[in-house]
Design a protein around this ligand. Structure first.
Ligand code: NVA
Length: 204
């Protein structure tokens, strides 16, 4: 079963009763299928992700949580640039540390972007978020635009799980520009999820 839902507890509750694997298709806590597709996209375009630097710019939301999980499992460095009020859960950061992973938190987008191999962001208001106006204000300095992209590595790519809001979290020039790989990511959702199903069936 694959469940795309609001509250993460719905999925853990279902999994507790299910006799078959339950796949997290998106919850308010994490979005692992998306990040599996993103890691696949990076490796397809740039080779092994191990040892590389990924900069998450904006709200440390459900997708960012899965990036932190992936940083531990795949051995890359994740830098998160976020407002203090929208920082990652300390429980997550403690887990990362315990697992020997590298997740660094800053409140300065330029610091996170400096020399990074990927800049990645997401919408300012995720599903279930009710404080839209407050979030927009807090996140305004965190737009991924041409200037921020210029601070990243020369061959850096831009990622976004979509749908995106041009002019909010990302400028049109970046998401529609040559460094953007957002449609490769979207395509790879299919292939990554086929692989997850194959794994559940014991085929890989
Ligand atoms: N953070 C977004 C991801 C959408 C794919 C949300 O939860 O709405």
């Amino acid at each position: 079963m694959m469940l795309r839902t609001g509250s993460h507890s719905s999925i853990t509750e279902l999994a507790g009763h299910a006799g078959v694997p339950v796949i997290n298709g998106l919850t308010d806590y994490s979005h692992p299928c998306q990040v599996m597709a993103d890691v696949m996209t990076f490796e397809e375009l740039r080779g092994p992700i191990e040892g590389r630097t990924i900069a998450w710019i904006g709200d440390a939301n459900n997708v960012a949580t899965s990036w932190a999980h992936a940083a531990v499992r795949f051995g890359f460095c994740l830098r998160i640039a976020c407002p203090k009020q929208l920082a990652p859960d300390p429980v997550l950061l403690t887990w990362v540390k315990r697992e020997g992973g590298r997740v660094e938190v800053t409140h300065t987008p330029g610091e996170a972007a400096d020399g990074a191999d990927v800049l990645v962001t997401d919408v300012w208001v995720s599903m279930g978020d009710e404080d839209g106006d407050k979030r927009r204000k807090l996140l305004a300095p965190y737009q991924v635009n041409e200037k921020l992209m210029g601070a990243a590595a020369k061959d850096a790519i831009f990622m976004h799980c979509l749908p995106a809001h041009r002019g909010d979290e990302v400028s049109a020039g970046v998401i529609d520009g040559p460094q953007s790989v957002v449609f490769d990511e979207a395509e790879n959702r299919l292939h990554a999820q086929k692989a997850i199903l194959a794994w559940c069936f014991g085929l890989s």
